[in-house]
Design a protein around this ligand. Sequence first.
Ligand code: AMP
Ligand code: ZN
Length: 467
Amino acid sequence: MQIYNSLSRSKETFIPLKPGFAGMYTCGPTVYNFAHIGNFRAYTFEDVLRRALELNGLEVKQVMNLTDVDDKTIRGCQQTQQPLKSFTAPYIKAFFDDLKTLNVQPAAVYPAATDHIPQMLALIQKLFDKGLAYVSTDKSVYFSVAKFASYGKLAHLDRENMRVGARVADDEYEKDGYGDFALWKAWEPSDGDVAWDSPWGRGRPGWHIECSAMSMQYLGESFDLHTGGIDNLFPHHENEIAQAEGATGKPFVKYWMHCAHLRVNGEKMSKSLGNFFTLRDLLEKGYTGREIRYVLINAQYRQPLNFTFDALAAARASLARVDECVDALTETAGNAVPAAAPEWAAKAYNAFLAAVNDDLNTPEAFAGLFELVHAANVAMKEKNLAPEAAAATLGLLDKMDHVFGLIRFGRTPKDEAIPADVTALIEARAAARAAKNWAESDRLRDEIAAKGYVVRDSKEGQKVKKA
Ligand code: AMP
Ligand code: ZN
């Protein structure tokens, strides 16, 4: 499999550190609000990457952190006068619900920053031992970038014009303003009771240290893959390398991968610009998680993707084509035992696989899927597909779907009866929605889910089916 490594800025063959296994760390959400679909472009890209590695026979251990302490979470808990953990809990739950809606496979571990303060303190101590950390006049602890010779290798920084000793306390900053970055921030009154004791005084971790500490905790000092959106590359990932390699003296990550942004009218979708949709916004408008996933993974991950409602409408039409074909193949196959796949199916599958293995070229991979759908429809129309061949074709679609996560196999009959208690909840939810009581609507959705049914909102109202 070929993947583009941001470190070498070139496509490389993926060779795992340990045969048959890939350790993968993905920077997760800051849980101060609902994630927007720009964030989910990153998480669905990582999901496709992981699924592609699995299709190639690798066992993948994916770790995704939850940033539950930073400037934004602290501000949020001050404003709502809640303890940090109570403030972040509903957003963590919402995030997991959203991942499920988008059919993103769960990571092996979701470590939260606030549960790993001792690991971060130990890592900072190592950096002191190596002479790479110092306490500044503001009582915060900083990483000295001048003392770490390879600082800037990921972002290709200009070290010649480095302003030695300049410091940045903020978690996020631009390349041209780089300097020593905060490992531990001294307590300030605006932090309230969000603080931990450390050998350097009360305070809280800088943002970057959590990912070095938690990735090494769960994946070891050297691991295969580290991913995120392109905005994570600098300073976050550059700083992660400095902290990890500075402390261990070993190579931290072999392959760095970054996805391009989801945009709206040419601008990055972001909270600060206010040009964002949450997943919930789109579900309320009647789109499904499946349609949204389709749009997000349909573009190659390194290409910017402009979000439009036209793309969602196109996704609906494309998925309907796939569904119809899969239903017809299922009917044709009956209970037949799969035989050899027809030549056209194998050819389409090989085109799909070659595309996936060429740095996740998803547009080409989808072309392989639709080539198969088209050829299958022709064969079925001409009554030229034996049940055994249809069964084999479904087998190939199933393998394709290990990467796409979009195909519906063996759908339940439309008229399956819904039990009375679920019907009552659906009616209550319709009333809550008519009253624009979204909190109650969400609560009822969860209650319906607990009974084993999924409810989706469409223009015609709620659609309910067995989970
Ligand atoms: P944050 O919660 O801001 O730390 O972002 C979580 C993840 O979403 C990171 O990997 C970001 O790089 C990514 N991300 C944020 N905005 C976008 C966007 N518009 N398009 C793609 N990825 C994004
Ligand atoms: Zn991170």
